[in-house]
Write a protein of this length. Structure first.
Length: 85
Protein backbone atom coordinates (compact mmCIF):
# COMPACT_ATOMS: atom_id res chain seq x y z
CA UNK A 1 0.00 0.00 0.00
CA UNK A 2 2.83 2.39 0.84
CA UNK A 3 4.48 1.82 -2.53
CA UNK A 4 1.22 2.75 -4.28
CA UNK A 5 0.95 5.97 -2.28
CA UNK A 6 4.61 6.78 -2.99
CA UNK A 7 4.12 6.18 -6.71
CA UNK A 8 1.03 8.39 -6.75
CA UNK A 9 2.88 11.16 -4.93
CA UNK A 10 5.74 10.96 -7.45
CA UNK A 11 3.23 11.12 -10.30
CA UNK A 12 1.57 14.14 -8.70
CA UNK A 13 4.92 15.91 -8.44
CA UNK A 14 5.48 15.24 -12.14
CA UNK A 15 2.04 16.67 -12.93
CA UNK A 16 2.91 19.79 -10.89
CA UNK A 17 6.16 20.22 -12.82
CA UNK A 18 4.37 19.92 -16.16
CA UNK A 19 1.77 22.45 -15.04
CA UNK A 20 4.45 24.93 -14.00
CA UNK A 21 6.30 24.54 -17.30
CA UNK A 22 3.08 24.91 -19.31
CA UNK A 23 2.27 28.12 -17.45
CA UNK A 24 5.34 29.73 -18.99
CA UNK A 25 3.97 29.47 -22.53
CA UNK A 26 0.87 30.94 -24.16
CA UNK A 27 -1.70 28.23 -24.87
CA UNK A 28 -4.24 28.49 -27.68
CA UNK A 29 -7.73 27.79 -26.28
CA UNK A 30 -8.70 25.60 -29.24
CA UNK A 31 -5.57 23.43 -29.36
CA UNK A 32 -4.92 19.97 -27.97
CA UNK A 33 -2.47 21.43 -25.46
CA UNK A 34 -5.38 23.37 -23.96
CA UNK A 35 -7.12 20.08 -23.20
CA UNK A 36 -4.03 18.74 -21.45
CA UNK A 37 -3.58 22.01 -19.57
CA UNK A 38 -7.23 21.96 -18.50
CA UNK A 39 -6.79 18.46 -17.10
CA UNK A 40 -3.60 19.50 -15.27
CA UNK A 41 -5.37 22.52 -13.77
CA UNK A 42 -8.28 20.30 -12.72
CA UNK A 43 -5.93 17.88 -10.95
CA UNK A 44 -3.62 20.42 -9.30
CA UNK A 45 -6.02 23.21 -8.32
CA UNK A 46 -7.36 21.42 -5.22
CA UNK A 47 -3.83 21.56 -3.75
CA UNK A 48 -2.60 24.85 -5.16
CA UNK A 49 -5.82 26.84 -4.62
CA UNK A 50 -5.78 26.78 -0.80
CA UNK A 51 -2.04 27.47 -0.79
CA UNK A 52 -2.60 30.54 -2.98
CA UNK A 53 -5.20 31.87 -0.57
CA UNK A 54 -2.69 31.63 2.31
CA UNK A 55 0.45 32.67 0.37
CA UNK A 56 0.24 35.86 -1.65
CA UNK A 57 2.38 36.09 -4.80
CA UNK A 58 5.88 37.45 -4.29
CA UNK A 59 6.03 40.81 -6.08
CA UNK A 60 9.21 41.53 -8.01
CA UNK A 61 8.67 44.80 -9.80
CA UNK A 62 6.04 44.39 -12.51
CA UNK A 63 5.84 40.61 -12.19
CA UNK A 64 4.71 38.28 -9.43
CA UNK A 65 6.07 34.85 -8.50
CA UNK A 66 3.56 32.22 -7.42
CA UNK A 67 5.09 30.34 -4.50
CA UNK A 68 2.32 27.76 -4.12
CA UNK A 69 3.94 25.11 -6.38
CA UNK A 70 7.19 25.40 -4.43
CA UNK A 71 5.38 24.93 -1.11
CA UNK A 72 3.46 21.99 -2.59
CA UNK A 73 6.75 20.38 -3.74
CA UNK A 74 8.21 20.74 -0.26
CA UNK A 75 5.07 19.38 1.37
CA UNK A 76 4.91 16.37 -0.93
CA UNK A 77 8.64 15.75 -0.45
CA UNK A 78 8.23 15.75 3.33
CA UNK A 79 5.23 13.45 3.03
CA UNK A 80 7.20 11.11 0.78
CA UNK A 81 10.10 11.13 3.24
CA UNK A 82 7.78 10.04 6.03
CA UNK A 83 5.79 7.46 4.08
CA UNK A 84 8.32 6.10 1.61
CA UNK A 85 11.38 5.55 3.79
Amino acid sequence: MATLVCSLLQLYMLVLIVRVVLSWFPISPDGSVATVAGFLYLVTDPVLGPLRRVLPPLRMGAMALDLSPIVAFFGISILMGVLCS
